[in-house]
Design a binder for this molecule. Structure first.
Ligand SMILES: Cc1ncc(COP(=O)(O)O)c(C=O)c1O
Length: 338
């Protein structure tokens, strides 16, 4: 099968790989999990995940290094975020050790699907927890499933590391004190229509403004925003309805420690985009996608260029990818070997 994969043509599409990890929570505890070839779940029609959105998920990548070894990037951070998502949705959290061990098992069992070093691809891991079991009332489920599957992926946005344009949406993806900071399906269900509207109009995705005043940028599709001010500061929105991205967190540290930039978690006003010389979308899937322009109220604001990648964005990208693929030493604890 892997011999049939054209690594250079990988996008972000489902491919059935060999094995996935599955564990069940029953009688107050996670039961020992196993790897299985079966990619179909058989669950009760009354499962809370189906009716009340009681579920959450994660996304992280395994990278093939030059020496053939495999790196996971900050999986402890994904475990911690999934634990917070589970708390928010009344699901039992998965201990960090169990989470990382499941990811490692899945990567090892699907080694032939890991894109070779230098192709720009990676093995995307999708851990999730869902409420299952017979139920009908709006309450937490009697049982839960934790699973991790994987797919080989290339760039999330077609064309890879080149600037993309985004469209400001009139819709909100999350409420001010809602679930925006948790990685739960409901936020993504709310984003499907705005995302499609943006794509139909030729944009890469929708941009969401803050749900209170609709004056500040919060999120770029399923990625976080960063912008570089005219005087070289790294700015990223601060809000409790934004998903705290691990790429964003990492870039904040790299911008400060390796590029020597001032880092600000603050407001990025949609009517003050002139203050920035570069902007980008960052996330596990998006990596760093430079933002060419943002359209708001019929007017396109272009940052650095619609075709060229800005110099700070390029430096951040090289540093991040270098650490992930093992050519640059990362801060302590960022890389977990498989
Ligand atoms: C809504 C949203 N914001 C931000 C991110 C970026 O988070 P991370 O860097 O942890 O992938 C993601 C992707 O996972 C996302 O879905």
């Amino acid at each position: 099968m892997s011999s049939e994969i054209d690594w250079s043509k990988l996008g972000f599409d489902y491919i059935k790989t060999d094995k996935r990890f599955l564990a069940v929570w029953r009688d107050g505890a996670w039961q020992p999990g196993t790897l299985t070839e079966d990619n179909v779940l058989h669950i009760s029609e009354g499962s809370t995940a189906l009716h009340y959105g009681q579920q959450c998920f994660e996304g992280l990548k395994a990278y093939r290094c030059k020496d053939g070894s495999v790196n996971l990037f900050r999986p402890d951070q994904n475990a911690a975020r999934m634990a917070r998502s589970c708390d928010r949705t009344l699901m039992p959290s998965v201990p960090t050790d169990m989470f990382i061990d499941a990811c490692q098992q899945v990567v090892r069992a699907n080694d032939r699907f890991i894109p070779p070093y230098g192709t720009g691809g990676a093995l995307y891991l999708r851990p999730f927890v869902i409420g299952v079991g017979d139920n009908i009332g709006v309450r937490t489920a009697p049982e839960f499933i934790f699973s991790v599957f994987c797919i080989p992926v290339g760039p999330y946005f077609k064309g890879g590391m080149k600037p993309h344009n985004f469209l400001v949406s009139g819709y909100d993806r999350a409420a001010p004190n809602g679930t925006g900071a948790a990685k739960v399906g409901g936020n993504y269900a709310a984003s499907l229509m705005p995302g499609l509207e943006a794509k139909k109009r030729g944009f890469a995705d929708a941009i969401y403004l803050d749900p209170i005043s609709h004056t500040k940028i919060e999120e770029v599709g399923s990625a976080n925003l960063f912008a570089i001010t005219e005087d070289g500061k790294f700015v990223t929105p601060k809000s409790n309805s934004v998903l705290p991205g691990i790429t964003r967190l990492s870039l904040m540290q790299l911008a400060k420690e390796r590029l020597g930039l001032d880092v600000i978690e603050g407001d990025v006003f949609i009517d003050k985009l002139d203050a920035y010389k570069e902007a980008g979308a960052c996330g596990t899937a998006a990596v760093i996608t430079p933002i060419g322009g943002i359209e708001h109220n019929g007017k396109l604001h272009v940052f650095h260029s619609e075709t060229e990648v800005g110099p700070v964005t390029k430096k951040l990208y090289n540093e991040l990818i270098g650490i992930q693929t093992g050519t640059i030493e990362g801060p302590a604890g960022w890389i977990v070997k498989v």
